[in-house]
Write a protein that binds this ligand. Structure first.
Ligand code: PEP
Ligand code: MN
Length: 366
């Protein structure tokens, strides 16, 4: 059961509801606060056996807006009613919300200082303040390049500061990596921010999810499990919120099946509206890991562009996309990377799609 309070509710009113909830044996009240798209949200979640708990006692307490019985398991990130406010948050000057659009273009795996510099310089020239930089790479084979790890963080953060990058999306595969990131950021004088990425292979690494949930310094980019249903992935993302951090963006990155061939994964961006409907999270798409190939369509646009089209026209508000200054020498996923000279076109394409999406939504479905 979820009790939603009116914005600006007093502490006394919240305490009165907590006291009322505590009268029911086996019911544990848990208080949550998050930023919604237009207002601050305060909710009390009644966890445990609430079947016999009547809603009307709570509904009549001043300051309570409504009381909803939730049947879904992802009670925090879930969108339980059509008028549930979507989450929105600001991090290091960048606002993440369903009505925003951010392109995180960058290196799948950091290799050299020169490549970071070239990438970030190109982004700065386009006024882009968000990037992706993989330092810790989970690879299928132990003989493949595993990422430079903590060794490359000083370059990444120093150059990010120099080029005005505000948020770097970076996968972590172990709790220790978060400490390394914090240490490197502090040593560099906090020149930028980091969004912790949970990769598809760790989508159900519950201990890691708990750790990124227990900290609220960094927002989290949660990637759908490549072999998981949406329902399973939402439950996994709920671990992050449930441990205290609701600043999550949910990322679709394709699902593993040979039916996706010749693409690396089956592009699942038709699920963007499903994520928007069933959760309160902003949605990201990763066309690079979905398509995974350098194919160009007969119309001259790369398949990666077309995949972005599918996701953004369906309401995605973040795009995570691989670029590389010299993809022939990239140490990870070179073939799927776009070239730096494609960046202006990609940004123009993505922004136009977003504008068109907004216009189409205003037109409605008849
Ligand atoms: C990545 O974005 O670098 C990555 C490894 O993606 P995924 O977890 O989706 O495979
Ligand atoms: Mn990759």
């Amino acid at each position: 059961m979820i009790v939603t309070f009116e914005p600006g509710v007093s502490d006394d009113a919240v305490a009165a509801v907590v006291q009322l909830a505590e009268r029911y044996p086996g019911v544990v009240p848990q208080l949550y606060q998050f930023d919604g798209a237009s207002e601050h949200i305060t909710e009390l979640h009644l966890v445990g056996d609430t079947v016999a708990v009547p809603t009307d006692g709570f509904e009549s307490v001043p300051g309570v807006r409504r009381v909803v019985r939730v049947s879904t398991k992802y009670r925090i990130i879930g969108r339980h009613r059509p008028d549930d406010e979507a989450f929105a948050f600001e991090y290091n000057g960048v606002r993440f919300a369903r009505d925003a659009l951010h392109v995180f273009a960058g290196l799948c795996a950091v290799d050299t200082r020169e490549h970071i510099d070239a990438m970030m310089r190109a982004l700065a020239a386009e006024g882009v303040v968000t990037t992706r930089m993989g330092a810790y790479k989970p690879r299928t084979s132990p003989y493949d390049f595993q990422g430079l790890g903590a060794a490359c963080l000083p370059w990444v953060f120093e150059l990010a500061g120099r080029h005005g990058i505000k948020v770097v999306a970076m996968e972590v595969t172990h709790a220790r990596h978060i400490d390394e990131i914090v240490e490197a950021l502090e040593r560099a004088g906090e020149p930028t921010g980091v969004m912790l990425q949970i990769g598809t292979r760790n989508a159900q690494n519950f201990e890691l999810l708990k750790v990124v949930g227990q900290q609220d310094r960094f927002p989290v980019l949660f990637k759908r499990g490549m072999g998981l249903s949406l329902d399973e992935s939402f439950n996994a993302a709920e671990y992050v919120a449930n441990h205290g951090n609701p600043n999550i963006v949910f990322c679709l990155r394709g699902v593993k099946t040979h039916l996706g061939e010749p693409h690396r994964n089956l592009v699942d961006f038709a699920h963007v509206p499903v994520v928007l409907r069933q959760t309160r999270l902003p949605v990201c798409i990763d066309p690079s890991h979905s398509v995974g190939r350098p194919y160009i369509a007969p119309d001259g646009l790369p398949d990666v562009f077309h995949a972005i089209g599918q996701g953004v026209i369906a309401g995605a508000s973040m795009v995570l996309v691989d670029f590389h200054p010299h993809r022939e020498v990239a140490l990870c996923d070179g073939p799927q990377a776009l070239r730096l000279q494609q960046l202006p076109a990609l940004l123009a394409y993505t922004r136009r799609l977003r504008e068109t999406y907004t216009e189409l939504v205003a037109m409605g479905a008849g």
